[in-house]
Every structure is written in structure tokens, then in C-alpha cells.
Design a protein around this ligand. Structure first.
Ligand code: SF4
Length: 301
């Protein structure tokens, strides 16, 4: 079946297909943007605010709850800051390419605030784009692993199914927040860049979902205010490990938990160890329950 390609994707593809060149003024602006981003390398973690930020509000609720309870977080790896800086650099490159492709960037990297009856949420959006008819749409730029690029950013439906970072709520939250200033603004989507290959992909949302996600945001704030040490509930169970479809007897973290900063507080017996059965020296797994392998009595050493 023929699917419409988003006009933004067409602009990007046309630009990249024709021996692309970045004009000097765009290179200069990109270097200024990168300057501002690189300063963040030295920034210290902000103090905790009363409510989650717009970039956090759509995450699994147990993560927000653990944050409210001040559970200890897994220490960041030594490469964490470089990884964040790569993401910032990718964003600068994407903006430069969009501008060179003739896309009108109406606003870039601005703080915003979403007022609700339950409290105000803060955040910083990536960009607002204006199309040729003057319509404004909200976009986030995401640098993605090959897996996320091919699976999460495949379509809006795929993103909704696997949104453990809360990207959809984040985008609708920014859109709603900016509507106070720009009445007709709608959610656009994500411009994803594959960190491995450099491919760029536009993943557009259905703006009609905004009300639903806004209601979810307000419900989440209510739950967050009521969250205490007596009502914590995990959103995910651990899962049975299998090897060639047979249970190994071990249990491991659900994949959403492997990215969670609170995984060791949440699962006190958690062990990060070499994957059972695998011969690869680099295959590791987060085990919530690990049974030492029984000797295979059929093998004579
Ligand atoms: S480890 Fe998993 S269940 Fe626990 S807080 Fe994190 S995401 Fe939720």
C-alpha cells in the first residue's frame, strides 16, 4: 500500500540526495549552538523539583515514584557525559541540515511551562517548525541506536507500543505548553538520527491524541502527589530466562528496567553477570535470580 511521505522527510531526503552543502551562515550558527550545548558538559545535576519535568512525566510511574522517594540511583558510567554530548552534537547537526534543506525553524531550544490544575510542569523543547502555510508544529530530535531507529521510530504506533522513555507525553506536553503563546500549534513528531549509520527519519504523531495524553499527564501528577513509601508498585515484573526456548531456571530484568536508574534499589538481589549458557565473553544480563548451573552429567570431561 502506498503511504504518504511526510513533507519534512521529503525536504531532508531531497537535500541529502543532491551533493549537500551547508552554507557558511548555517555552519556559523551551528558552531554557536554547539558552544551552548558543550557548556552543559560542566553542568551539575539540578536539585529535585516538586513535580517531574515534562521529559520525565511519561516514564513508567514506578520510576517517578522511586524518584520521589529518593531511592539511590545507579552511578553513571565514566562515558555518560560523552554519550550525552554526542546526543547534543547530533541535534546540532540535525538542525543545520534542516535549515540547509529550507525548513523554517521558528523556535529552538526554549524553556517552557505547562500549567495544570494539579501544578506546573517545566521542560525545554527542541524545535518548533513553521511550514509554507504558516502552520506551527512541535518536534523533538532524538539520536537513536540502530534498534530504536528501526523499531521505535518506525511509526507513531510502534512508538506508542514501546515508549518507556515517555517521548509521546513529552511531545504533547511541550505542544500544550506552547499553545498559550501560539494558539494553532500542533504536535509534529520526532526527527530521529541513527547513531550508527547517520540516517535521518521523520516519525510524525497523530495530533488528535493530544487530549488523551494531556489527561494522562494530569492523572500522573495526581498519582505522584499521592505516592509514598507505602504504595510503591513496580510497573514491570522480572521475566523467565530461556535458552533455545527452554527455561534456564534464572530470572532477569524486563528490558524497560535495564535502563532504569533505580534498578538496584528496586531489585535488591540484582546481579549483572555473564549470560548463562552463552559462549560470548561480552554477553551480560541483569539477573534478579541466578542459579548456579548444574553440571551436565551426560558430558564426560
Ligand atoms: S527497576 Fe523496573 S520496576 Fe523498578 S522502578 Fe525501575 S522500571 Fe520500575
Amino acid at each position: 500500500m502506498f503511504e504518504d511521505v511526510h513533507w519534512l522527510q521529503v525536504k531532508i531526503d531531497d537535500f541529502l540526495a543532491n551533493t549537500p552543502e551547508l552554507p557558511q551562515h548555517i555552519i556559523f550558527q551551528a558552531s554557536q549552538n554547539f558552544n551552548e550545548k558543550l557548556v552543559r558538559f560542566n553542568s551539575k545535576p539540578r536539585g529535585k523539583s516538586n513535580l517531574p519535568s515534562l521529559s520525565q512525566i511519561g516514564k513508567p510511574f514506578c520510576q517517578l515514584h522511586a524518584n520521589k522517594l529518593d531511592w539511590s540511583q545507579t552511578p553513571k558510567t565514566s562515558s555518560f557525559k560523552i554519550k550525552m554530548t554526542y546526543g547534543d552534537m547530533t541535534e546540532v547537526i540535525a538542525v543545520a541540515i534542516l535549515q540547509a534543506a529550507g525548513v523554517n525553524i521558528f523556535a529552538l531550544n526554549q524553556r517552557t511551562m505547562l500549567p495544570t490544575d494539579e501544578g506546573d510542569l517545566y521542560g525545554e523543547f527542541d524545535l518548533i517548525i513553521q511550514d509554507d502555510d504558516g502552520n506551527l508544529t512541535m518536534w523533538d530530535i532524538k539520536s537513536a541506536s540502530r534498534y530504536a531507529f528501526e523499531n521505535k521510530f518506525k511509526s507513531y504506533e510502534a512508538m506508542k507500543q514501546d515508549d518507556s522513555f515517555g517521548y509521546v507525553s513529552q511531545l504533547f506536553g511541550y505542544t500544550r505548553a506552547e499553545r498559550m503563546k501560539y494558539h494553532g500549534i500542533e504536535a509534529g513528531g520526532w526527527i530521529a538520527i541513527n547513531k550508527e549509520t547517520g540516517d535521518m527519519k521523520v516519525c510524525a504523531v497523530n495530533p488528535d491524541d493530544e487530549e488523551l495524553y494531556y489527561d494522562n499527564i494530569v492523572d500522573t501528577i495526581k498519582r505522584y502527589k499521592a505516592a509514598d513509601e507505602n504504595n510503591f508498585q513496580r510497573n514491570f515484573s522480572d521475566v523467565e530466562e530461556t535458552w533455545y526456548k527452554k527455561p534456564t531456571g534464572n530470572r532477569k530484568l524486563a528490558s524497560a528496567c535495564t535502563f532504569c536508574d533505580y534498578r538496584y534499589s528496586c531489585w535488591p538481589d540484582l546481579e549483572y553477570r555473564k549470560k548463562a549458557k552463552s559462549k560470548s565473553a561480552h554477553a551480560y544480563e541483569y539477573y534478579t535470580l541466578f542459579k548456579e548451573e548444574e553440571k551436565d552429567l551426560g558430558i564426560v570431561c
